[in-house]
Design a protein around this ligand. Structure first.
Ligand SMILES: [Zn+2]
Length: 407
């Protein structure tokens, strides 16, 4: 991208070595969350740059507001905005994101860097000889380091992993890769062990944020579950078990997401009553706060949704194929309609206590060929296998990872 010439403002800028940091509550920006209070970012700049100004986008800021902090007047910033538009529309700048304005020893602005999101940044730079401006959107090149978290359950997996120094995002990623095999409301036992490896992203030696979970193991009641990240398809989930089968199976093991199950989460859930032929409770009950989202454990079509006089209260029934259907009862609110197609994991309603119910909980039934069955005992086919072309690479990769997650 070629952007005009001769900007007067370039030579009138004399930016002191100062860093502006603005506090706000943009949780969406891990970069900002990890910023120290004040940093002299002018250190170790390339030769032609010796001052650097960092401006964090605040609420209601537009580009000209931000640019004004770097000394650009309205006219200058509008002109720059217009010229950059074919490469990046600065109308899209987001609260919490940062601009860096770099100037040379003569105080001339030579570079503007804007971090568009966690993956991309806009770099506007002035060519040294021609003095033309060029803008480009770059993929951010992080230095990746691996971090391993391991522990043993005393309370919840969530709390345990937090105590070991993992952040919420990676704990949920790790748990989600196992949610097709483990019901985190019912299955965990005290003494269960787990271990997972994830990426941490660094720039210029500074931690920026955690990345993806690469591999994980969970030893539940002496049964080992493993998941491995392998980017085999662009639209797939990309987590596989040790046999190279997608961890995604026909059903999720629980109708409540892991993040609503562990006790430190505000809505905390625990299991109340399991499937029992003797007790005539041919369902699984999950205690959860009213309003906790309920997800369909498999994809399918809603075959009924509404009030039931049979004690179910607000109830939804979903048909998954010619064999299986599932039923979700006592909801406070249903958000799907009869005939609607739902995907696996889709939120279909919220936990309540409607019908014959003594307190907020979700009553889940699984019906197989017309008969209620225990979802915990259903043996479902494994997930889709990895492409044959990827198998060898995958096997080589998991040999290394298996060692790293050995419990
Ligand atoms: Zn029940």
């Amino acid at each position: 991208m070629h952007i005009g010439k001769s900007y007067i403002f370039l030579i009138i800028l004399a930016i002191p070595i100062v860093v502006l940091l603005y506090q706000h509550e943009a949780h969406s920006n891990p970069i900002q969350e990890n910023e120290p209070e004040s940093v002299n970012i002018s250190e170790e700049l390339p030769e032609n740059k010796n001052t650097s100004l960092r401006v964090i986008v605040e609420e209601n800021n537009i580009f000209s507001t931000v640019a004004a902090k770097a000394g650009l007047d309205e006219k200058q910033s509008f002109k720059l905005y217009e010229e950059l538009k074919p490469v990046y529309d600065l109308a899209n700048i987001k609260i919490g994101r940062q601009f860096i304005f770099n100037s040379n020893q003569d105080g001339e602005l030579v570079e503007i860097i804007y971090n568009i999101d966690n993956e991309q940044e806009l770099i506007v730079s002035r060519a040294l000889i021609s003095e033309d401006w060029r803008a480009v959107v770059n993929q951010i090149d992080y230095e990746i380091r691996e971090k391993t978290i391991e522990g043993q359950l005393r309370g919840s997996l969530y709390q345990s992993a937090l105590d070991q120094g993992a952040d919420e995002k990676v704990i949920i990623q790790f748990a989600e890769s196992l949610e097709y095999s483990i019901d985190f409301a019912n299955d965990p036992r005290e003494g269960d062990k787990y271990k997972f490896v994830y990426e941490e992203r660094f720039r210029d030696g500074q931690f920026v944020m955690s990345g993806r979970v690469l591999a994980g193991a969970y030893l539940n009641n002496n049964k080992l579950y493993q998941s491995f990240y392998y980017p085999a398809s662009s639209d797939g989930y990309n987590y596989y078990d040790e046999n190279g089968n997608s961890v995604q199976k026909m059903f999720l093991r629980a109708p409540l997401s892991f993040k609503y199950i562990s006790s430190p989460f505000t809505t905390g859930s625990r299991y109340v009553e399991k499937f029992g032929v003797a007790t005539k409770h041919r369902a699984v009950d999950y205690a959860a706060a009213a309003g906790t989202p309920i997800r369909s454990i498999g994809s399918g079509v809603v075959i009924s949704a509404g009030w039931s006089n049979a004690g179910y209260g607000n109830v939804t029934k979903i048909k998954h194929d010619s064999v299986y259907s599932t039923l979700y009862a006592h909801q406070s609110k249903i958000i799907v309609k009869k005939g609607e197609r739902v995907s696996q994991g889709q939120i279909i309603g919220y936990v309540g206590s409607t019908g014959f119910s003594t307190g907020p909980h979700l009553h889940l039934e699984m019906i197989k060929n017309g008969v209620n069955v225990d979802p915990a005992k259903e043996i479902l086919p494994p997930g889709k296998p990895i492409d044959a072309a990827d198998k060898e690479n995958f096997n080589n990769m998991i040999e290394i990872m298996k060692d790293k997650i050995k419990i």
